[in-house]
Design a protein around this ligand. Structure first.
Ligand SMILES: NC(=O)c1ccc[n+]([C@@H]2O[C@H](COP(=O)([O-])OP(=O)(O)OC[C@H]3O[C@@H](n4cnc5c(N)ncnc54)[C@H](OP(=O)(O)O)[C@@H]3O)[C@@H](O)[C@H]2O)c1
Ligand code: SF4
Ligand code: SF4
Length: 376
């Protein structure tokens, strides 16, 4: 397994990290403990030394599972990364209460990599107000946390603001060949690395969307490529090609995934893709982008809608479902929006949004299309 230094720390971490958010499950939805432990240990035996979990994964049971997997001598072979659920921190004391609970679940005295979980503009403020940074500093001084970081889901300006606000050791961002210009994106990756942060990647396969239900044109593109690779290998190699990337987390719930990802990330050196190979990935990206149906730029000039309709969010959901053929999977999210009074059914056709839209989108009609597509 390839190892890379993580930021300015002297720590060498495996390029493949085991993401413990999508562990194998039993028909009743509980973690298949024997299989999950066997898979994690298999990965560690083959060079993986970074396990990523969080307070909330698998309904709060992922940390306990990781605690079991690192028994029998495995603790010494791995770095444990887990995260503070910032949304549960309502007062400064909550930080240490949650952290102590996590130590207990994991059965460890020290966490190697500790992150503020899923920061965005709002939760960043919540973390600041509840003295999460002071808490991190104190835990690091006491040796209970070795390296501090944050995971991130918002746009680039917020990312830069957070990077600049604290002497972080590392950060975790969503990055794959479809998200080069989305959230922190490539610019964020380079910015964090230039500031000496290690960068851990999540969703390298866009949570599985780049490997399931491929558009026929992408299948054909990969089939006709001069080198035969699976969609997962194309996507992982594209991420690994960036020298700023320290760890690529993969949520693996099949042994064959573990075996493939171990092989690919043992081989995929930075800048190892040829121009021709990069061009194949760029063509796949173009094919996905051509499937975008609504030319909404998310500028939000149409907001707020007086009736509460979440116009850009609905359009984004529709576009994503069109790109990755996931209308069925995304339906619960749509239903939740309707339940929250944010759905297209609230529209009274007042027309305010249409006159504000710089793209001249026929928003009222498009909302009806979204409604029909999700079968409301
Ligand atoms: N901090 C945060 O806010 C946050 C958010 C998201 C994720 N994360 C972390 O980042 C980790 C990685 O994200 P992710 O799980 O979304 O990663 P991902 O690798 O983009 O997607 C995982 C999915 O890809 C599939 N997969 C993996 N390897 C494959 C292979 N070789 N061939 C075919 N399919 C393959 C798996 O599906 P099957 O095995 O079912 O085929 C799995 O469901 C998570 O597990 C979690 O630890 C953190
Ligand atoms: S037309 Fe519909 S979506 Fe647009 S502002 Fe009026 S109520 Fe909201
Ligand atoms: S104003 Fe138009 S382009 Fe901008 S978010 Fe609204 S619908 Fe999208």
């Amino acid at each position: 397994m390839q190892r890379r230094l993580i930021g300015n720390t002297k720590e060498e971490v495996s390029l493949l990290g085991f993401g413990c958010m999508r562990l194998p499950t039993l028909p009743n939805g509980e973690i298949d403990e024997a299989e999950a432990i066997a898979m994690i240990r298999y990965a560690v035996d083959h060079g993986v030394n970074y396990l990523d979990t969080a307070y909330g994964y698998h309904g709060g049971k992922s940390e306990g599972l990781v605690g079991k997997a690192i028994k029998d001598g495995y603790r010494e072979k791995v770095n444990i990364a887990t995260k503070l659920p910032v949304w549960l921190v309502k007062q400064p004391e909550d930080c240490s209460r949650l952290f102590n609970e996590q130590l207990e679940r994991l059965g460890v005295e020290t966490v190697d990599f500790y992150l503020l979980h899923a920061l965005n503009r709002g939760s960043w403020q919540q973390a600041l107000e509840n003295e999460a940074l002071e808490f991190l500093e104190q835990m690091q001084a006491e040796g209970r946390i070795r390296y501090v970081g944050f995971s991130f889901h918002d746009d680039l300006p917020v990312f830069r603001e957070i990077v600049d606000a604290y002497p972080w050791d590392f950060c975790q961002i969503q990055f794959n060949y479809m998200d080069e210009c989305h959230q922190a994106g490539l610019a964020g990756l380079k910015y964090a690395a230039s500031k000496g942060l290690g960068v851990v990647i999540m969703e390298p396969l866009r949570g599985g969307r780049l490997v399931q239900n491929l558009p026929p044109e992408v299948e054909e593109l990969f089939r006709n490529a001069p080198i035969q690779r699976t969609p997962a290998e194309w996507a992982l190699r594209w991420v690994a090609d960036h020298p700023e990337v320290s760890v690529i987390l993969s949520g693996m719930n099949k042994r064959s995934d573990v075996e493939e990802n171990l092989r690919v990330l043992s081989e995929a050196e930075p800048h190892s893709l040829s121009k021709e190979e990069l061009n194949i990935v760029a063509q796949a990206r173009d094919i996905y982008n051509q499937r975008i149906q609504i030319a909404c730029t998310d500028c939000r000039y149409c907001m707020p809608c007086p009736q509460g309709v979440a116009i850009p969010r609905l359009f984004r959901l529709y576009n994503e479902a069109s790109m990755y053929s996931t209308f069925a999977e995304d339906k619960p999210q749509f239903r939740q929006m309707v339940k929250d009074g944010r759905g297209p059914d609230q529209c009274v056709a007042c027309g305010n949004c249409e006159s504000a839209c710089p793209q001249n989108l026929e928003i009222i009609e498009l909302l009806q299309m979204v409604d029909r597509a999700f079968g409301s």
